[in-house]
Write a protein that binds this ligand. Structure first.
Ligand code: AMP
Length: 504
């Protein structure tokens, strides 16, 4: 039996006439049409020289045709390599050199700029624009509508996703058919997806969240999605009465809450709001519940592991936690040095093992060996603790841990105290190099603007709430925190901006 994710999806289609993707402009595609179009695009890929195991690198705007390209690549037994549209020529050149794709597909407007980098590594270059038009489309239009899906085993690669790593070289995470299929099935079940579901898809599709969680879960359930080119709060509010599920990064929820039109009536037909990719503030969770009556379901995953934990569908969705391990995934809180499990309740390295965990870093066996223990547990780099009910609390990235005067300070704990001060919208806490302390705890605060705030007020409010060594040595005020497209606060930029001494 083949393990090709596409073949398994195709086998689960029960109604070829059922809708799978619609666009706000009125475009609609049925499951039957999806099967035919992926066959045509798979033929086009083969005509461009793509063979099983070849990488197909793609830097294109979000479009339905780009989703089809992902599925067609899987169908042809090749490896899909999506790239953030924001990447510059220099960055794209690095990925192409590292991955050595057979084919590179980009926007027609960028062929001139990126062509040389593709040619240097012997990749053929073809095009696809934001409207789904280009040389790929032209080749596919005249191709047959049937294609024999290439046999794949569960260990064969289907995607290469470069981690958004903020330090060092970006690494290619090798994901297998087995990884994607197991995670999609577990999530369908955990989140009770069915054919009746209509997902609002507003995430980018070069990242695990929008590409795998959103698309694979929808398809495995036989559900449908309304496909938006990008996040637009007003458009999402308009669509809510026709939809059942929204998957978003925390910023989506913050932006939607700014709209007075968001209320219980508007979201009455929705059954699920999922958040992930970055921490959802407990405040946002509470505000959402008050306004809509829905408890946002927060889950935790990463490029290398797919999804690891989720708050329950039935039962308590606890704000500020990422929930319980998903079925089949083991989560361990370990001593970062030894990998030995710590007593329940202690903070340690989050390590995970299961069919969801990737095969390793592309052509970097030493990096893979450094991050996967011999017993198969992957060292996530996130620090966390498990509470008595088995819910996982993430306290931050290991590399964001501050060591000041020999003491460990977990930024999240300090951030939560500052966030609770009236007049504070949010805060980020970082360590900056300091001659006396090694690192000095430094707070970057975004005020709500309703009341004037000073450093002295912040420090006074923390007095008695945090041990002295955890209290910031400095407080800076900014109008917004720098975030990447997935809503993650870019602490590396803050460390650079607020360093008073040279960074190590
Ligand atoms: P990426 O590989 O880009 O998906 O980034 C994965 C990282 O995002 C994880 O290692 C976490 O640090 C962070 N992350 C993902 N989901 C959550 C969440 N629900 N809460 C806090 N951090 C999260």
């Amino acid at each position: 039996m083949t393990a090709n994710i596409f073949a398994l999806l195709a086998a689960s289609v029960t109604d070829a006439a059922a809708p799978v993707i619609e666009t706000p402009e009125g475009g609609a595609l049925s499951y039957g049409q999806l099967m035919e179009r992926t066959a045509q695009v798979a033929h086009a890929l083969v005509s461009f020289g793509v063979k099983p195991d070849d990488r197909v690198a793609v830097q294109v705007e979000k479009s339905v045709e780009a989703v089809i390209l992902y599925l067609a690549t899987a169908r042809a037994g090749a490896v899909f390599l999506p790239l953030n549209t924001a990447y510059t020529e220099q960055e794209v050149a690095y990925f192409l050199k590292d991955a050595e794709p057979r084919l590179f597909i980009c926007d027609p407007a960028r062929v001139q700029e990126l062509g040389a980098a593709a040619t240097r590594v012997g990749a053929r270059i073809e095009t696809l624009d934001a409207q789904g038009q280009g040389s790929l489309t032209m080749a596919a239009d005249t191709a047959p509508t049937e294609f024999v899906t290439v046999d794949r085993g569960p260990e064969d690669l289907v995607a290469l996703l470069y981690t958004s790593g903020t330090t060092g070289r970006s690494k290619g995470a090798m994901l297998t058919h087995g990884n994607l299929v197991s995670n999609a099935r577990v999530l369908c079940d955990a989140w009770r997806f069915s054919r009746a579901d209509v997902l609002i898809h507003a995430l980018p599709i070069f990242h695990t969240h929008g590409l795998f969680v959103a698309i694979n879960v929808t398809l495995f359930a036989g559900a449908s999605m309304i496909f938006l080119p990008k996040f637009d709060a007003d458009q999402i509010l308009d669509l809510m009465p026709r939809a059942t599920v929204l998957m978003g990064v925390p910023t989506f929820y913050v932006r939607l809450l700014e709209k007075p039109a968001l209320d219980a009536a508007r979201s009455a037909g929705m059954r699920l709001f999922v958040s992930g990719s970055a921490p959802l503030l407990a405040d946002t969770h509470r505000a959402w519940q008050m306004r809509t009556g829905h408890a946002i379901l927060e889950r935790y995953g990463m490029t290398e592991t797919n999804m690891n934990t989720s708050n329950p569908y039935d039962g308590a969705r606890v704000a500020g936690t990422v929930g319980l391990p998903l079925p089949g995934t083991e989560v361990l809180i370990a001593d970062p040095d030894t990998g030995v499990a710590l007593p329940q309740g202690e903070i340690g390295m989050i390590e995970v093992r299961g069919p969801n965990v990737f095969k390793g870093y592309w052509r970097m066996p030493e990096k893979t060996a450094a991050e996967v223990r011999t017993n198969g547990f992957f060292i996530t780099g996130d620090l966390g603790r498990m509470d008595a009910q088995g819910y996982l609390h993430i306290v931050g990235r290991g590399k964001d841990l501050i060591i000041t005067g020999g003491y460990n300070v977990y930024p999240k704990e300090v951030e939560a105290e500052i966030d609770a001060i009236p007049g504070v919208l949010e805060a980020a806490v970082i360590g900056v190099p300091d001659a006396d302390f090694g690192e000095a705890v430094t707070a970057i605060v975004v005020p709500t603007g309703e009341t004037a705030l000073t450093e002295a007020q912040i420090l006074a409010a923390l007095d008695g709430r945090l041990a002295r060594f955890k209290r910031p040595k400095q407080v800076h005020f900014v109008t917004a925190l720098p975030r990447n497209t997935m809503g993650k606060v870019q602490k590396n930029l803050l460390r650079e901006a607020f360093a008073t001494a040279p960074l190590p």
